[in-house]
Design a binder for this molecule. Structure first.
Ligand SMILES: [Zn+2]
Length: 370
């Protein structure tokens, strides 16, 4: 019999996060302070609690387009070097305090040039903040490593330029590339030149696909663009026939994704908010885990979803009866799917993840005996 894991155990479990947006994870209090500093007057609230509630409520619209509107405020207050460095530093501190040992955090440089910063200055400012945050976390006893993904907006036309920057910065902390933004009407194949360039440069990329939009988007991302991973990819369940729940039948695309071990960056709370899944209990992550897809668990936008890795793990443990074994499986899956070098991934799995899970399991076994 497995008991529901206690919040304390989940909080202490090592976590790996592959899908987290910098502009979706800003602290509410920081949004308010930055707005004051830069004279941004469009904020809908001036108290951190109120503002946090506003973000969560607006994000709970059931529509990806409205969900994306909330970002105008976090992006609006991060148009300067000090603001970008600060939110990047706080992002790392928050993740480290949440037990994250490795995170790939993504942001779209092109969204932060409204007040005259160049794309290079935007990237340098964020990287400086990540470095400061990593050092600060270490000083407070939390080891963490950050890999950066540069995102291009799929609705715009800068993807090739951003892809070139991802390659230019590959030895300075950037580990990959992504495209994000409204999916319907903006298929990934619009950005083929960026993906072909990255493949020729032996660079890694993930693509937001199969979130609000179905199988064709996933198919294009994998078979036309050559994505290493799928950002969300949750609609892959549309290619799984569960008429007989005892033996689900995979269609050709779902089988390909599972056979090739293509990582799915699943974000349960975010999907419930945008209407991609009706509830956590009905979220396909349970089925996809049971079918042994390369499932990873992610936060997407911690501010908009009022979430953290600990919270996502709690929700899934509650909904699916997951144990420490499941959490370790997800965490190792994510680490195996990271864009940093193989040796570095193994090092984190063997030295930062497995020993801590072993200790937590031993502790649990001990307490259930007592
Ligand atoms: Zn996302």
């Amino acid at each position: 019999m497995s008991e529901t894991l206690s919040a304390d155990v989940i909080a202490r479990a090592p976590k790996v996060l592959l899908h987290d947006h910098l502009d979706g994870g800003v602290r509410p209090a920081t949004v308010i302070e930055l707005a004051r500093e830069v004279g941004y007057e469009a904020l809908p609230a001036t108290e951190p609690d109120q503002l946090a509630r506003w973000f969560a409520e607006s994000a709970y619209s059931g529509s990806l387009e409205r969900y994306l509107e909330t970002f105008q405020h976090t992006v609006g207050v991060t148009q300067t070097t000090p603001a970008l460095t600060r939110v990047a530093r706080e992002c790392v501190e928050d993740l480290a305090a949440d037990g994250v040992v490795y995170a790939e955090v993504r942001f779209a440089p092109e969204l932060h040039v409204e007040q005259g910063l160049t794309l290079h200055q935007v990237i340098d400012s964020v990287l400086a903040g990540f470095n400061e945050g990593t050092e600060a976390a270490k000083a407070s006893g939390h080891w963490i490593r950050i890999g950066v993904l540069l995102t291009a907006m799929r609705t715009a036309t800068h993807s090739k330029e951003i892809a070139e920057l991802a390659v230019e910065y590959r030895d300075k902390g950037v580990v990959g590339f992504d495209i994000a933004g409204a999916e319907a009407g903006f298929p990934p194949t619009r950005h083929l030149d960026a993906f072909e360039y990255l493949r020729r440069e032996n660079a890694h990329f993930t693509i937001h696909a199969g979130e609000a939009f179905g199988l064709p988007s996933i198919w294009e991302a994998i078979q036309w663009c050559g994505a290493d991973r799928l950002g969300h990819g949750v609609r892959i369940v549309d290619d799984i026939d569960t008429t007989d729940p005892q033996s689900p039948k995979l269609g050709k695309l779902a089988a390909y994704v599972r056979d090739r071990r293509i990582p799915l960056e699943l974000c349960p709370s975010s999907n419930v908010q945008t209407g991609a899944a009706p509830s956590i209990a009905e979220h396909p992550i349970g089925l996809l885990r049971d079918l042994n897809f390369r499932v990873t668990l992610n936060t997407d936008n911690r501010l908009m979803s009022g979430t953290s890795m600990t919270r996502e793990m709690e929700l899934c443990c509650e909904a699916f009866g997951w144990t420490l074994d499941d959490l370790q499986w997800l965490t190792v899956n994510a680490m195996k799917s990271a864009f940093i070098p193989f040796d570095d991934r193994l090092d984190i799995i063997n030295n930062r993840i497995k020993p801590v899970y072993a200790a937590l399991k031993a502790e649990q076994a001990q307490s259930s005996k007592g």
